[in-house]
Design a protein around this ligand. Structure first.
Ligand SMILES: Cc1cc2c(cc1C)N(C[C@H](O)[C@H](O)[C@H](O)COP(=O)(O)O)c1[nH]c(=O)[nH]c(=O)c1N2
Length: 210
């Protein structure tokens, strides 16, 4: 039986407070095995029916990385074109990926065709497959921060193009592209809040009682 004391609970809370989506990375390489260790921790996550639908692709190939960066640039330009006026000006100066600097690139997919778990829990809610993968990414995010490693989630990408670039099975649904590396700086405030894009709201705003 493992018990967690007040000191641990306080530190765990600090981990939640200081976890950040990181876009500004130092170029220093990650130690050998760091990415594999994060993937191992992610695989301890809950999954519907114990289906373990997460699939990780570690991208080392320079040409594939370059193709992902090109896709990000195209998608980000399209995203900028959806805004106008002051919002567009604010969007234009945001840094929304650390793809160029991050030493680690990991794409995460949900295997929609896997029979692991025998369909338990998915009959009425097939989307629980994707939810399980997101739960694993969250664990990875926190585990990384606990080691002083930053993780940035990039979604300004075209799933079809990412599929082609990475040449993965058709049944794998693209969930996330993760940049992993040492952050340039630590902060307890989201970068989008510091950039005055959006504020973190009071949890009461998101809670109903019935
Ligand atoms: C599903 C999903 C997708 C994205 C993100 C997050 C999640 C959960 N976030 C990071 C997001 O902007 C960030 O989490 C919030 O701004 C809050 O900041 P902290 O994570 O608390 O630092 C993110 N950030 C970014 O710069 N480019 C991106 O494409 C995305 N995409």
């Amino acid at each position: 039986m493992v018990e967690f004391d007040d000191t641990f609970r306080r530190q765990l809370h600090e981990l939640f407070v200081w976890r950040r989506d990181v876009r500004r990375f130092r170029v220093d390489p990650l130690p050998d095995g760091a990415v594999e260790r994060l993937i191992e921790t992610a695989c301890l996550s809950p999954s519907v029916g114990l289906s373990q639908p997460w699939r990780f692709v570690v991208i080392d190939d320079a040409a594939r990385r370059r193709a992902v960066i090109d896709d990000f640039r195209a998608c980000n330009a399209d995203a900028l074109a959806c805004y106008s006026g002051e919002r567009a000006a604010r969007y234009a100066v945001l840094k929304l990926s650390g793809l160029e600097q991050a030493p680690g690139h990991v794409a995460v997919f949900a295997d929609k065709a896997s029979e692991i778990g025998h369909g338990l829990g998915r009959a009425t809610m097939p989307e629980t497959t994707e939810y399980s993968v997101v739960a694993a990414i969250t664990a990875m995010w926190l585990a990384a921060r606990a080691e002083g490693i930053g993780l940035g989630w990039v979604s300004i990408l075209s799933p079809d193009r990412i599929h082609g670039i990475l040449d993965v099975p058709a049944s794998w649904k693209f969930i996330a592209y993760l940049c992993i590396g040492y952050p340039e700086a630590e902060c307890d405030q989201p970068e989008l809040e510091r950039a005055k894009w959006e504020d973190r709201r009071n949890p009461d705003e998101f809670t109903l009682r019935r």
